[in-house]
Design a protein around this ligand. Structure first.
Ligand code: UD1
Ligand code: CA
Length: 452
């Protein structure tokens, strides 16, 4: 089947400059929670309207978009996407602001729809307070949905309500969508009116109503975030990951973590991140969009868009930026920053270092305070360090520059020229000794004091 996501609404109560559906839950925009779910079932279309260009910016290229301008109701939204609907395929309708719906629920809805050969199948739930929702009205085996604002006092008492999620037969939709009228309390084209027009229609009752909870304001945004968070952490723990303190741990929906990995408190892991088995992550660590191997330690550090191989240790207080690759057994220590750099197997940069646009070989020791000077205010330049090189403490490697295999740079050197393999490079002023100078100075100062 195809999936159409309605996301044209304004979302006034968010009190935001940005469209509602791009607000994030666990680091992932709401619309992408829905799109990723939808992709399990078929081709995806999104109806956009309010701040359409901003919403489109969050969608992948394989998602089709349809503009609804102005927004005249949910029925009108589907009309605007008429060319997306095909006669011989079912259409699942989802909302862009209902992010926690599960795959299992949609499968249930699809099974019902296919078994009954329905024209429409509606996902419903029992609301403690049904105000605001469309009511499911059943008379003589037929089903209609009556919107809150159009409901009689009797109908208002019905507590089975419309979730807004349906499967339609494409043929039924194409034949009837243009017949919707807007002669109702809100002057809108209601998608719900199609339910009353159908001959073959049934409902599926959802137990877990959190799945169909929408986000209307930032209080609900935080509520859904906390529910999503709890569910993700529980699933990870049951799959063999130790989460020391679930209260202070935030893990996104697209994160995978291997068995026997331990996540320490105050840790955020988000984006498309994969972590292997037997790792120790945290405390106080933030990892986004990265791939981490087995038996890796990351303590009190920031890791973004990086690849870390097996048996590496990072931190405390390291920052791995975009494009960092740490090969097996690398050690990155205190106050070290890396960016677009590949660090070879077994190499170490343990203290106070910046490695940017650098390719570092295997078994290299990068001394404390080493800086790759990769930027001259106009362009970025590359640094190459050969296998087995030893970079003395406080070296400045002025790129572009190449340090040969097995070469040594003296502590405090400013290296501006390439260093051949196995050479020693010194780029600093020679030391001068002045015998007795300090003592003479002290005496001079003492005499000056006595005169005052
Ligand atoms: C709708 C249903 C109601 C159901 C409720 C569940 C109709 C007429 N009513 O209510 O039966 O109980 O959802 O939440 O369908 N949207 C558009 N274009 C529009 C209007 C809305 O894209 O012109 C989108 C919104 O962005 C939102 C979704 O459709 O994602 C639902 O809109 P909303 O106004 O919240 O729903 P209601 O019409 O109040
Ligand atoms: Ca409305």
């Amino acid at each position: 089947m195809k999936v159409l996501i309605l996301a044209a609404g304004l979302g006034k109560r968010m009190k935001s400059k940005y469209p509602k559906v791009v607000h994030k839950i666990l680091g992932k925009p709401m619309i992408n929670w829905v799109v990723d779910l939808a992709k399990n079932f078929g081709e995806v279309g999104v109806v956009v309207g309010h701040k359409a260009e901003v919403v489109k910016g969050y969608l992948s290229d394989d998602v089709k978009t349809y503009l609804q301008e102005p927004q005249l109701g949910t029925g009108h939204a589907v009309m605007c996407a008429k060319e997306f609907i095909s006669e011989n395929e079912d259409l699942l309708v989802l909302y862009g602001d209902v992010p926690l719906l599960s795959k299992e629920t949609i499968e249930m809805l699809r099974n019902e729809h296919e078994e009954k050969n329905n024209q429409v199948t509606v996902l419903t739930f029992i609301a403690e307070n049904p105000a605001g929702y469309g009511r499911i009205v059943r008379t003589d085996g037929k089903i209609r949905i009556v919107e809150d604002k159009d409901a009689s006092e009797e109908e208002k008492k019905i507590n089975e309500v419309n979730s807004g999620i349906y499967i339609f037969s494409g043929k039924f939709l194409l034949e009837n969508i243009e017949n919707l009228k807007n002669n109702n309390a809100q002057g809108e084209y209601y998608l719900t009116d199609l339910v009353g027009m159908a001959e073959r229609v049934s409902t599926v009752l959802l137990e877990d109503i959190l799945e169909v909870s929408g986000v209307n304001d930032r209080v609900q945004l935080a509520e859904l975030e906390s529910i999503a968070r709890e569910r993700i952490l529980k699933k990870l723990m049951l799959s063999g990951v130790t989460i020391v303190d679930p209260v202070s741990t935030f893990i996104g929906p697209d994160v995978e973590i291997g068995m026997d990995t331990i996540v320490h408190p105050f840790t955020i892991i988000e984006g498309k991140t994969k972590i292997g088995e037997d790792c120790e992550i945290g405390p106080y660590t933030h990892i986004a969009d990265s791939t981490i191997g087995k038996n890796v330690k990351v303590i009190r550090s920031e890791v973004e868009k990086s690849i870390i191989e097996d048996d590496v240790s990072v931190g405390p207080f390291s920052r791995l930026r975009e494009g960092t690759v740490l090969k097996e057994k690398v050690k990155i220590g205190n106050f070290v920053e890396t960016k677009k750099s590949i660090i070879g197997k077994n190499s170490k940069a343990q203290h106070l270092t910046y490695l940017g646009d650098a390719t570092v070989g295997e078994n290299v020791n990068v001394g404390a305070g080493t800086i790759t000077c990769n930027y001259d205010g106009y362009k970025k330049y590359k640094t190459f360090i050969g296998d087995g090189a030893f970079i003395g403490s406080n070296s400045s490697l002025v790129a572009p520059v190449k340090i040969g295999k097995g070469a040594i740079t003296g502590a405090g050197s400013v290296i501006t020229e390439d260093v051949p393999d196995d050479a020693l490079a010194l780029g600093r002023a020679r030391q001068v000794i002045k015998e007795g100078w300090a003592m003479k100075k002290r005496e001079e100062m003492k005499n000056a004091d006595n005169k005052e």
